[in-house]
Write a protein that binds this ligand. Structure first.
Ligand SMILES: [Zn+2]
Length: 394
């Protein structure tokens, strides 16, 4: 080996400490940069963050507002922090402060393009929270071409639903429907709202047209068949009414209890009340959870008298005993008892009746909101068709 080669072989060994030193130096430089950056974050920011974690939003807004003031004085224009502080004001119900802050940010010459859209979107939400829905609507309509187009449309859809402006809601949902999320379910319900309105105004052709459109969009829309049945019943086309109401069985049988009485009326219109009653009894035997026992008892009483009506109800309750059935059962058995027993039975029935009022209700499957009244559109979570169609023990 020549001496030159020898030094070439040994060079990495000598250079090793140099490499170590360079690595150490680089790490040190990085650490310094990090520490410098950390020192650049104002103390108030951490104070605000800590207050948020502790759920003390009042302390947080004061701390963050101070940081923004300091940054403004130092002419360090920021975008994210005022945006967040505005949201926080809105969350606390301080809508005037949120509006002022977001407006100031919106007019800043540095806020352009997508950032401008984001701030404008926040401002729209501030106006909505403050109850200035018309101004909010104007803002969201103006945002339909930029980066915030989709969330703006989603909020607009909510506004139109709150205003019961179904025509506008349908148009907007159709636009949203073209993208990834499907809105057929909602569009069918908006059409049903229009149909129901026309039905109230006895405009049967319009009601029928909208209900047909709803079924075309969502063939599982039970409400559309209910409306078509109601239209046919008003036209005294009883066969068509029976066809529309019965079609619900194939869509979602749970909704049959909502048309029980009307279905019976349609059979009655054809002079076939006994057939109608038999259909309802058949439904309850197949689907015991249906809330049809009241109408079955009433119609049995009308057609066959007290004794037979009591027998029919007894049989149905024994199949699926529940609070409602037992309440009904105690009523039909009262006539068989001595006066003393009957007064005790009335007392028991009263107690059960009170319990039913408190614990047998319709319930939203999405947010668990409970009500004695059925809603197609949940007033608590704004979802459609989430209510149980039969009252349940909650
Ligand atoms: Zn709900």
């Amino acid at each position: 080996m020549e001496s030159n080669d020898f030094w070439l072989w040994l060079a990495p060994v000598f250079l090793l400490p140099v490499f170590f030193a360079m690595g150490w130096f680089a790490a040190r430089v990085d650490m310094r940069a990090v520490l410098k950056q950390a020192k650049a974050v104002p103390e108030g920011f951490y104070k605000g963050l800590d207050a948020l974690v502790e759920h003390k939003s009042g302390v947080a807004v004061r701390a963050l507002a101070e940081v923004i003031d300091q940054q403004n004085e130092a002419r360090q224009n920021t975008y994210e922090l005022p945006l967040t502080l505005g949201k926080l004001y809105r969350q606390r119900g301080e809508n005037d402060k949120a509006i002022a802050l977001h407006k100031q940010l919106q007019t800043s010459p540095d806020i352009v393009g997508e950032r401008h859209d984001v701030v404008t979107f926040e401002l729209g939400q501030d106006f909505q929270a403050a109850g200035l829905v018309d101004r909010a609507e104007q803002i969201f309509v103006g945002l339909q071409k930029g980066a915030m187009a989709r969330p703006a449309r989603e909020i607009l859809l909510n506004i139109y639903q709150q205003d019961r402006d179904w025509q506008k809601a349908i148009e907007l949902a159709q636009e949203l429907n073209r993208s990834d999320q499907a809105y057929q379910f909602e569009i069918a319900q908006f059409l049903c709202e229009l149909a129901q309105l026309a039905l109230y105004q006895s405009d049967l052709d319009t009601a029928s047209k909208h209900a047909d459109e709803a079924l075309h969009i969502n063939r599982k829309c039970t409400r559309a068949n209910m409306i078509l049945g109601d239209v046919a019943l008003k036209r005294e086309d009883f066969a068509a009414a029976i066809a529309a109401y019965s079609a619900i069985e194939k869509q979602n049988y749970e909704y049959l209890s909502m048309v029980g009485e009307r279905l019976y009326d349609a059979y009655d219109g054809l002079n076939k009340p006994r057939e109608g009653l038999a259909v309802l009894i058949g439904y309850m035997q197949t689907f015991p959870q249906l809330d049809l026992i009241g109408v079955i008892y009433d119609k049995s009483l009308l057609l066959y008298g007290e004794h037979k009506a009591a027998e029919m109800v007894l049989e149905l309750v024994r199949r699926k005993p529940d609070l409602n059935g037992i309440y009904r059962l105690l009523g039909v058995r009262a006539s068989e008892l001595t006066p003393t027993w009957r007064s005790d039975l009335d007392m028991m029935r009263g107690v059960i009746g009170q319990q039913i009022q408190k614990s047998v209700m319709y319930r939203c499957r999405h947010c668990h909101f409970k009500s004695q009244v059925f809603f197609w559109h949940c007033p608590a979570c704004n979802k459609w068709e989430t209510f149980t169609p039969n009252r349940i023990e909650v």
